[in-house]
Design a protein around this ligand. Sequence first.
Ligand code: SAM
Length: 264
Amino acid sequence: MDSASPPSAIKRLGQNFLVDPNIVRKIVVLAGISPTDTVLEIGPGRGILTEALCRTAGHVAAIEIDPRLHAFLSERTAHLPNVVLVLGDALTSPVEHLPIGTIVVANLPYYISTPLLFRLLAQGNRFARLVLMLQNEVADRLIAKPGSPDYGVLSVMAQYSANISKAFKVSPQCFRPRPEVDSAVVLLHTLAPRARQPEEEQRFTALVRAAFAHRRKTLVNSLKNEGYDSKHVEAALSTLQLSPSLRAETLALEQFLELARALS
Ligand code: SAM
């Protein structure tokens, strides 16, 4: 490989590179970046988005796991004074040094989009907003409301941390190689961290997971299967004036929070 030719795509690393400059433009506009902002990009790949971000932001930090792409991009961005390329895994690379209010922009590697999303959302106000390219199906789950078949653990837990909207769909034709699924760009405005103890957070997370563990059962039965005392659950539901026959998918985020409190 000569030094100027881009490395070929590795499927296992979720390497579907954006090739449509119009989508890049729309992502950058959506992110609302000003020249004083710091942007974190996950998976800069061949750098199509990175270069556009460097033209708009004050600083760009980009974490790439593939050493071939890291080397390629180091050369491609050598003339840019405001980018730091980190060779590492975005699931574990430190982000605590980034300023509060950093904006995250990424065409995410789809094979780890959910754990990456939760890692980013767990940083509290470190990140003001996130503009993320995801599988369209994941985007639909993120924005789903109670009663929808897409509503589940991902919807509740993400909406606990952010206001989320789906900005636009992106066709497979905008990538090389083309992914097998439709994609969508979502905008997540992170919410001020709730004043809650870590144990309360853990109880809430465990409850949401247990509630959706058996989707076709009633909430009481699903929780019972996951080790909760059904009398205790029924009493808590009654205190909250909720029917014992309802299913997890009908409960709104605030009702899950109240139930976690009532069960504690
Ligand atoms: N941003 C580029 C673009 O839009 O064309 C590339 C996006 S591609 C969908 C995902 C990128 O994430 C690839 O460059 C891939 O190597 C990188 N990647 C995959 N797993 C990663 C990880 N755990 N940490 C950091 N980067 C990762």
